[in-house]
Design a protein around this ligand. Sequence first.
Ligand SMILES: NC(=O)c1ccc[n+]([C@@H]2O[C@H](COP(=O)([O-])OP(=O)(O)OC[C@H]3O[C@@H](n4cnc5c(N)ncnc54)[C@H](OP(=O)(O)O)[C@@H]3O)[C@@H](O)[C@H]2O)c1
Length: 255
Amino acid sequence: MHPLFDLNGKTALVTGSSRGLGFSFAQGLAEAGANVILNGTHEERLFRSVSDMQTKGFHVDGFVFDVANEVSVMKAFTEMDEKGIQIDILINNAGIQYRKPMVELELENWQKVIDTNLTSAFLVSREAAKRMIARGQGGKVINIGSLTSQAARATVAPYTAAKGGIRMLTKAMAAEWGQYNIQANAIGPGYIITDMNTALVEDEQFDQWVKNSNPTRRWGLPEELAGTVIYLSSSASDYVNGQMIFVDGGWLAVL
Ligand SMILES: NC(=O)c1ccc[n+]([C@@H]2O[C@H](COP(=O)([O-])OP(=O)(O)OC[C@H]3O[C@@H](n4cnc5c(N)ncnc54)[C@H](OP(=O)(O)O)[C@@H]3O)[C@@H](O)[C@H]2O)c1
């Protein structure tokens, strides 16, 4: 491994990592040498994923907490403090989708999507960055956006607003924490095959739209994001700050 990408001795917290992209990010970071903390809200699913990775010989721990709930987030960080866990790399990945035309959308569901996809990144990063600053050894924050961080699509207004917010929150983090050698960047995945998209993959019309809309002519796979996550988590990206990298097969590059 090139030393610039070596994550040995680092600890990474990946939110929403019991499955999907988060689990794949956690595997990639562990393969690059990091100790990894997995997170989710369903305890059984989370610890199944923890033991799956432990069986492969990785250093993994799991913390059940709701990223959208301030009390839950703060409790988890207090528990990590008590266990002597110090986070060097934070991946704000947990997210949900909710599809409905805006004129029919209930405030409660708007709020839930905003809280889980955007407010969560503020809550978890605040706790992680506070500790990184106190330790004085820098750190990495990687926020997971979406194609909707740049372009809108009907029926997903709160998701679009949240992911657009993620792009600017990343810049706000870079503006405040760069002086502490903490780099904050974002990744915008294209359409990737995970549980979140099962219904869309199975919908023939949507599937064709995905395949026809981007130059690579196919859905992405979770493991195709691992390289970008490792890069942004490692010293290879120490002078990259406040950026968003789209990993989308070229989708946003074309009309
Ligand atoms: N898949 C795509 O095509 C795609 C494209 C662009 C962006 N993204 C973004 O990538 C991220 C991951 O998406 P995915 O497709 O991997 O989703 P997924 O398969 O539905 O997995 C979501 C993960 O987030 C966790 N989670 C959900 N709500 C949570 C909460 N309140 N607190 C803690 N954990 C929570 C889930 O665990 P529990 O079930 O245990 O809560 C699960 O581990 C999201 O931010 C999504 O918006 C995905």
